[in-house]
Design a protein around this ligand. Sequence first.
Ligand code: 4NP
Length: 153
Amino acid sequence: MIKVLFVCLGNICRSPMAEYMFKDMVKKEGLEKDFFIDSAGTSAEETGNSMHYGTRRKLDQMNIPYGNHLARKITKQDYKDFDYIIGMEERNVINIKRIVGEDTQNKIYGLLDFTSNPRDIADPWYTGNFDKTYDDIAQGLEDFMKYLKKNVI
Ligand code: 4NP
């Protein structure tokens, strides 16, 4: 079982989008039983809130199913429970380490670190551009899956 936690700031825009996109990808590849996938935020600002309308609209448009997501903040326990803790931008990675402590088991990554062009995934909370966020996440997830198939699965 590979346990993956996607992390952004608020856990209402980018990380739940990545969570449901990756769940869909894994299901389509017949690997559902091999994964546990969740998401969290580095801030408690949006705790208990559902996904941003822009994220839901984009997932609907792409026919990607999602559940009744409620935002939560990452905990120290998450570091023990998950194998891959994947931030959407460098600032998330820094804040994840601030919350869970030193990354002694090399579990913390940036999503686009798996691509040939590592960079931040822009926050649609500020940009309003959920299409660009979706495209960047799709690229990151594709290359993350390639990495897992080459090294882990
Ligand atoms: P996310 O976007 O980190 O992609 O979920 C944000 C959501 C909420 C806030 C900032 C970013 N906020 O300041 O409440």
